[in-house]
Design a protein around this ligand. Structure first.
Ligand code: TEU
Ligand code: CA
Length: 568
């Protein structure tokens, strides 16, 4: 391990020891009984979040929007959508969160606006309207669109506007026309907008589909376009290098080498990116997200190791299992039946032991599961279009249901499960989306203060990140690379060593870690595990490195070589 990288992290920005919590406002907490979560609802839960220990809240979009894609279609970047509240609510949220040492991270949807944004309404009035060139237009005839490819939510990418005799380009739905980033006026209008939010007290930004910004549809680039990094550097210089902002770019196309460019320590681009390699390992090769395959567990470990090693001491990782586009991880890679709590805790420990900034998606800290939706319960634009298109391709109802239950974005968007009362305490009204029926058992109220709960495990992991420097600074070594059930790794920073040992299976397995890999002695301490400790068969040094690992057992162990000095 190089001492240089340790030195480089000692003058660390705050977000390197931070844990960020993602809120999907629509599903978090409703205070006015309309069935949709709102900003006052978030404010009412700040004490819960502060107790959990998170440093920042990333809010999915709350700006004005026709909600064609639940707010990822913005019609006014500078105002709050009335379904979520008012600008006063937003100011109060920033203030109240700030009082608790929590920053607010906003979602920036810069690739596209809503087709109801004033800019687009102007743009489609005529070819010589000053806003026309703010979007991407091509001439054509109604039956012959420009170079064609499938849009992300089904259908084509070019939408015909008969009045203009032109097509406009949309990567997502036709209600989300892509902004023309090649036009400097567009870029500067967006930068001004961002700076206004920073002036209001926003602490950071998550950049929606950051890798699409430099697209060049004529040359077939939808991501990683030729001018991508030029734009990001320009935006970073104009907006991000002030107020200790944290920035994270969503980049489905990024591999670790790309991530190094985005997260270069000179600060010229972003703090980190969301890479999704680990989220593509349970789909059939060459298929899309609806083509299901069993998880390639060895590839998952290899992927984590590749990201960890490539970025160590040079860039920075984000760590996440869930977000508002993904199903629940305990249903996906864990066991959401008999071992729900154990596997949810294991997944938490496996992720939070790595190097990077962990993100927790609302409800993940409770071990929330996918719901048992029927076809008519899926309401997301992507799911509805998938149903239409795949039905037309002849998929059976059963196959459709299996695919949607495994992959639809609705799975992660069910209302937050606060308690066992009606509608899980999420709303007094009619919830906008059906709840997951297990809320009577799986909820925050029943886990608060319960030492063995998923919630308290997350709370412990967040606290450890502040207390144990090796979690932030240590390097990463994957152990037992080929093992098909155990995920084990070491983190070392010269002062201490951390071992994370996880049994990703329903079986009890012999612990393959022996003294040659980890000389477990008296200096070894169990920091956290997915089982109540007293119940473990072994005690003493054995308790650190037991002979067997129970189903979904995870253990995080620390060995101190010397008292670390974290005083700065
Ligand atoms: O997501 C981008 C994105 O690529 C995914 O939505 C993807 O299309 C889908 O999950 C895979 O099938 C971002 C936002 O996170 C998402 O909620 C928005 O719908 C999308 O951008 C458009 O703004
Ligand atoms: Ca509401």
């Amino acid at each position: 391990m190089s001492t240089e990288s340790v030195r480089h992290t000692t003058s660390s920005p705050w977000w390197r020891t931070a844990v960020i919590y993602q809120i999907y406002p629509r599903s978090f907490c409703d205070t006015n009984g309309d069935g949709i979560g709102d900003l006052p609802g978030i404010i009412s839960k700040l004490d819960y979040l502060s107790r959990l220990g998170v440093d920042a809240l990333w809010l999915s979009p709350v700006c004005c929007s026709p909600q064609a894609d639940n707010g990822y279609d913005i019609s006014d970047y500078l105002d709050i959508d009335p379904i979520f509240g008012t600008m006063e609510d937003m100011d109060r949220l920033i203030l109240e969160a700030g009082r608790r040492g929590i920053r607010i991270v906003m979602d920036l949807v810069l690739n596209h606006s809503s087709d109801e944004h004033r800019w687009f309404l102007e743009a489609k009035k005529s070819r010589d309207n000053p806003y026309h060139d703010w979007y991407i237009w091509r001439d054509g005839t109604p039956d012959c669109p420009p170079r064609q490819a499938a849009a992300s939510f089904g259908g084509g990418m070019w939408e015909w506007v008969p009045e203009l005799g032109q097509y406009y380009y949309h990567q997502f739905s036709a209600k989300q026309p892509d902004l023309n980033w090649a036009n400097p006026e567009v870029r500067h209008a967006l930068y001004d907008m961002i700076n206004r939010w920073t002036d209001r007290g926003i602490g950071g930004y998550r950049l929606d589909v950051a890798d699409h910004l430099g697209k060049d549809p004529d040359r077939g680039f939808t991501v990683r376009g030729p001018r991508l990094h030029e734009y990001i550097r320009e935006m970073s210089a104009a907006c991000f290098q002030r107020n200790a902002l944290v920035t994270v770019g969503e980049a489905w196309s990024a591999d670790p080498e790309q991530a190094l460019v985005y997260t270069s320590p000179d600060g010229s681009e972003l703090s980190m990116v969301f890479g999704f390699d680990h989220m593509k390992l349970d789909q059939a090769p060459g298929g899309d997200k609806w083509s299901l395959a069993p998880l390639d567990f060895v590839a998952l470990k290899r992927s984590f190791a590749h990201w960890q090693r490539t970025l160590y001491g040079r860039g920075w990782n984000s760590l996440f299992w869930e977000n508002h586009d993904l199903p629940r991880i305990v249903s996906r890679f864990g066991n959401d039946g008999r071992y729900r709590a154990e596997s949810a805790k294991l997944l938490a420990i496996a992720l939070h032991g790595m190097c990077g900034t962990p993100f927790i998606y609302q409800g993940e800290e409770l071990g929330m599961t996918d719901p048992d939706y029927a076809l008519e319960d899926f309401r997301d634009i992507e799911a509805r279009n998938m149903l239409r298109d795949h039905r037309a391709q002849g998929w059976s109802e059963e196959r459709l249901l299996t695919a949607l239950r495994a992959r639809a974005r609705d799975n992660g968007r069910t209302p937050m499960q606060w308690d066992a009362t009606a509608n899980a305490g999420f709303t007094d009204g009619e919830p906008w989306a059906r709840l997951c029926p297990n809320y009577t058992e799986v909820n925050a109220a029943s886990q608060l203060g319960q030492p063995d709960s998923v919630l308290e495990c997350y709370r412990t992991l967040i606290r450890l990140r502040k207390e144990i420097p090796v979690l932030t600074d240590g390097d990463f070594e994957l152990l037992l690379e080929k093992d098909t059930r155990i995920f084990a790794y070491l983190r070392r920073d010269g002062l201490s060593e951390l071992l994370v040992l996880c049994n990703f299976s329903d079986e009890t397995v012999t612990n393959p870690i022996g003294p040659e890999l980890w000389p477990g002695d008296k200096s070894c301490r169990l920091l956290v595990s997915s089982y109540p400790e007293a119940a473990h068969p072994a005690s003493g040094p054995e308790a650190c490195l037991p002979q067997y690992l129970r189903p979904w057992e995870a253990r995080m162990l620390l060995k101190q070589n010397q008292e670390p000095d974290r005083k700065k």
